[in-house]
Design a protein around this ligand. Structure first.
Ligand SMILES: *[C@@H]1O[C@H](CO)[C@@H](O)[C@H](O)[C@H]1NC(C)=O
Length: 316
């Protein structure tokens, strides 16, 4: 016969296991992948938040899955969005866009929310170049389809940190990625706004741009050029390691050419827009400064600890 206390424990076991599973924020699952270097890009599993946005059957932009029903992308990807929402689809879980597998899911779009400060008629550089794309229905997370953590507004990324930008954009200005359109990744360090502005101000160009990198932007790249995002990567993720997991630091926005020396790529800063994102998605959780956690995580921990204590007591 099973002793009473053990029977109680066994009854609670499924609850405990379920609790433990749900307490782990899904976007944290990539944590081990950072430690010990980058995974091989060929497995198609490295960047499960990367999505492609198709317009009339063709890849036009990237995006990042941030929740079951939401993708973050760039506002300039949707120039006439009101009329054309039905012409766009989101492709998730893809690695080679022209050689997709059963892991790939295509979703229609419910709604596109452009940041209110974005104006497609503004003179460049674009302000508020960020957009929330709501999917028609929630996607199921798999090894190939998983959201990336979002940083809270107070998060400051270390400038020494190497981040990774991914996409299916051009491999050189005017040179499209060849078939079967295999997802590309490139490691780029962040460059702070002040330094980035001084680089742009020093560049000889007509018409000159003065301090073009606004408060909602962050730069990434190399002073010597050569590695950068390009046309077609727009809206795609700039992911940075933060407290042991990948966090979405930026959204590919603009540049002058691609990979030119002294002209880094410019990204919409995700911490800068965190408040706007939470206004539209109140249930969204954010990676916070300091504790390395993701909001949803702590809520369940006390229950798990209590049950563990209880289990220990039943063993006595
Ligand atoms: C298409 O994808 C499969 C795996 O899903 C791979 O084995 C094959 O090499 C790919 N084809 C090309 C042309 O890369």
């Amino acid at each position: 016969m099973v002793p009473f206390s053990l029977a109680v424990w066994l009854l609670l076991l499924p609850v405990l296991l379920q609790d433990a599973a749900s307490s782990e924020a899904v976007c944290e699952a990539q944590a081990q992948r950072i430690i010990g270097g980058r995974p091989a890009p060929s497995d198609g599993l490295s960047w499960p938040w990367q999505v492609s946005i198709f317009y009339q059957g063709k890849h036009i932009c990237g995006g990042a899955l941030i929740a079951e029903k939401w993708v973050l992308s760039a506002a300039h990807c949707f120039p006439n969005f009101k009329m054309q929402t039905k012409h766009y689809v989101v492709v998730l879980g893809a690695y080679q866009l022209l050689n997709t597998s059963s892991n790939t899911v295509t979703s229609d779009i419910q709604r596109i929310i452009l940041h209110p400060s974005y104006d497609s008629y503004d003179t460049p550089p674009p302000r508020g170049d960020i957009a929330l794309v709501e999917l028609k229905s929630p996607v199921s997370f798999t090894a190939y389809i998983r959201p990336i953590c979002l940083p809270e507004a107070s998060v400051q990324f270390s400038m020494e940190e190497s981040c990774v930008v991914t996409g299916w954009g051009e491999i050189q200005p005017g040179v499209a990625l060849p078939p079967p359109l295999t997802l590309q990744e490139v490691k780029v360090p962040l460059i702070d706004r002040e330094k980035c502005n001084s680089l742009f101000n020093a560049a000889q160009r007509e018409p000159p741009l003065y301090n073009p990198v606004g408060p909602g932007m962050i730069c990434a790249g190399y002073q010597e050029g050569g590695k950068d995002s390009c046309q077609g990567d727009s809206g795609g993720p700039l992911a940075c390691p933060y407290d042991g997991h990948w966090v979405l630091a930026g959204v590919v926005s603009w540049g002058i050419g691609c990979g030119r020396p002294g002209l880094p790529g410019v990204y919409s800063s995700v911490p800068f827009y965190a408040t706007w994102i939470s206004q539209h998605i109140p249930s969204m959780t954010f990676a916070m400064r300091g504790n390395g956690g993701v909001n949803g995580r702590e809520q369940n921990s006390p229950a798990v600890i209590l049950l563990l204590v209880f289990f220990a007591l039943t063993l006595l």
